[in-house]
Design a protein. Structure first.
Length: 350
């Protein structure tokens, strides 16, 4: 295996993490992600096949890729996901498989996915209040998601991360409720700053503002510098080696005598681009080098090459074009122009 020939961008950053959007379809219509009427969804035949994704992952895994996240749209809305996860987990050098889901359909697949190799999960949850939950997702029931978080815990998913986006005037009064919820069930809660992608609404609540509110309420709330526990694809409990106050792009905090972790993902107020190790594959089969730039490269066409090394070489040349950092603040500073991304988040996958 040629580990010397790693996938590296033009700034020498190793690209070890691929986020795969397996579908642009979704059973919810979150206000910050999709228009109420939905978006014009792709034809089935335009969505990248599992076979193509698996070949891509196999090839890149020989050149340093070791982590994948399955996302969407709603990944659980795509048929055949359990078989796909099974095959992903058989790829030797992929040591970390995760999925981001809205949790609504999770109970149907929770056991099957776990047995197939998915041992950790991120569930998005933006309100603990039924009426607000409905207002944000425009459909869907809070009770279903809460039950499914419990189910994930019972089955042994670890970590269970809860993704929460706060929208001013809607759910920004729930910060302490969310923290109490995380403490009660000892979950890993991450507040993600709202990003104005796809021409969506509203005013972001900064991580700093949330942090200060929590600090006022909990004296023992402090940056966490510890080894993070997580399950690998075989379900073994392993600990990350390095001590850090960052878990990926999330700045983490904890409490005395409680295993809850509170994380802040701050694309708007902090730059975390320097150590970026990510690539994104859209549901249409395009490689996206950064969430915030619209340049995309057609992977389905590249995969028509039968020689894996030629595929790698072509991708290797593309990733050299990855920008050093996002152009987010610059773009949002343009008054009246927040509608700058071509895609809605559902097709990119977050
Ligand atoms: N449907 C799945 C879900 O909701 O978890 C996976 C796809 S969703 C696009 C992935 C993540 O992106 C979710 O946690 C969602 O909250 C987040 N997200 C979507 N639009 C966003 C936005 N404009 N700003 C910040 N986060 C966003
Ligand atoms: Fe669907 Fe996830 Fe977007 Fe909500 S955030 S509309 S659940 S893709």
């Amino acid at each position: 295996m040629n580990k010397l020939n790693n996938l590296v961008d033009g700034y020498g950053r190793r690209l070890t993490y691929l986020r795969i959007s397996v579908t642009d379809r979704c059973n919810l219509r979150c206000v910050y992600c999709m228009p109420e009427s939905g978006v014009s969804i792709m034809k089935h035949e335009d969505i990248i096949s599992y076979e193509d994704i698996l070949r891509l992952v196999r090839i890149l895994s020989r050149h340093g890729l070791n982590k994948v996240r399955i996302t969407g749209g709603e990944p659980l809305a795509r048929k055949g996901l359990i078989g796909f996860v099974q095959k992903l987990s058989e790829i030797k050098d992929i040591s970390d498989i995760s999925m981001t889901t809205n949790g609504i359909l999770f109970d149907k697949y929770a056991h099957g996915l776990f047995d197939a190799g998915l041992k950790r999960i991120n569930i998005s949850l933006d309100s603990l209040n039924e009426e607000k939950f409905k207002r944000i997702t425009r459909t869907g029931r809070l009770e279903t998601v809460l039950k499914n978080i419990e189910l994930a815990k019972k089955i042994g998913y670890n970590p269970i991360k809860i993704n929460t986006v706060l929208i001013r005037g809607i759910n920004d009064d729930e910060i302490i409720d969310f923290v109490n919820f995380a403490r009660k069930f000892e979950l890993n809660l991450r507040f993600i700053e709202y990003m104005p992608i796809g021409g969506n609404i509203a005013d972001a609540v900064s991580s700093r503002e949330i942090e200060e509110k929590i600090q006022l309420e909990f004296d023992d709330f402090k940056p966490k510098k510890s080894k993070i526990k997580y399950n690998n694809v075989s379900g073994e409990n392993v600990y990350e080696k390095k001590l850090s106050v960052y878990d990926g792009v999330s700045r983490i905090f904890g409490f005395d005598g409680n295993d809850a972790v509170i994380g802040f993902i701050s694309p708007m107020s902090e730059h975390f681009c320097g150590g970026c190790n990510r690539l994104r594959l859209t549901a249409s089969g395009n490689l996206r080098l950064c969430l915030f730039y619209d340049d995309e490269y057609n992977i389905k066409d590249i995969l028509k090459e039968s020689d894996d090394e030629i595929v790698f070489e072509k991708i290797s040349n593309i990733v050299k074009l990855k920008h050093f950092k996002h152009n987010f603040n610059e773009k949002t500073e343009k008054k009246g122009d927040i509608s700058w991304a071509n895609d809605f988040m559902n097709s990119i996958g977050g």
